[in-house]
Design a protein around this ligand. Sequence first.
Ligand code: BT5
Length: 270
Amino acid sequence: MDDLTPRAILDGLCTQFLARQLVYYEVIDSTNAVAKDLANQGAAEGTMVIADEQTMGKGRLGRQWLAPKGSSLLFSLIFRPHLPVPRAQGLTMVCGLGVRQAIRELTCLPAQLKWPNDILLRGRKAGGILTEIGSTGQHLDYAVVGIGLNVNMDTSQLPAEFNATSISQELGRLVSRVQLLQQILLRIEERYLALCAGEWPAAEWASALETLGQWVELHTAQGKWRGIAQAVDNEGALLLRLENGQVKRVLEGDITLSRRNNGPLSPRNK
Ligand code: BT5
């Protein structure tokens, strides 16, 4: 039921170009690292690198992505869109929306997204997306979009502070990783082709973000702020309405839900 080899993936895959070239590892350090090397060597658009286990799975800002062997979908896709660098977040948007749609279609779970790159099930993190780019001048040479999704995982194997969940945990049964992957790839490809035809996904992405309109705490490398996650703009930046009424625009960070009045933030952040 749960064979992730290229033969199993290609058997029943309905995409035109996505994952038609694919590289599979039983164990690898990071599928994103391999995909970036391949992209730099000229690998074709649509190439997928997938693994059953990673020894150095990466999140953003040097963070780790942990996944016990056989529990997850861990894959990276190479795209070569004609886009200016500031539009790279569009790839994260189409991939997040594709994953969300495929989970909903195959499991009926109400999957949601969280700014900027999380996949949530019932408010807890079930997946993450790491987009890394190569560029010449103002334009993208390639974008590698890495997706980690907790499919058949007992998340008590992860540190409790991750607040993680998995599809099997929410559903109460195991699901076929290969079927889910095929559906994800199909939905991502449709959305990517639409993006290349000029349909920008920001509005739909915004409507799929669970935290918009709510009080949140924002953590960035520069500090911590609290406010209402008012909107996202076309480039995927978060517009945070601070308690003093100012609107702060941020491209990178993490948000967690917060109550309106739960104490002052430190003065340097006001
Ligand atoms: C992400 O980063 O969420 C992006 C994760 C992307 C992983 C994929 S796997 C395939 C490809 N190859 C790679 O090497 N990476 C990509 P970030 O938003 O920085 O979140 C990282 C944080 O999520 C960690 O610091 C933990 O708190 C938490 N975390 C780690 N593993 C998790 C898991 N399996 N489920 C839920 N949360 C997890």
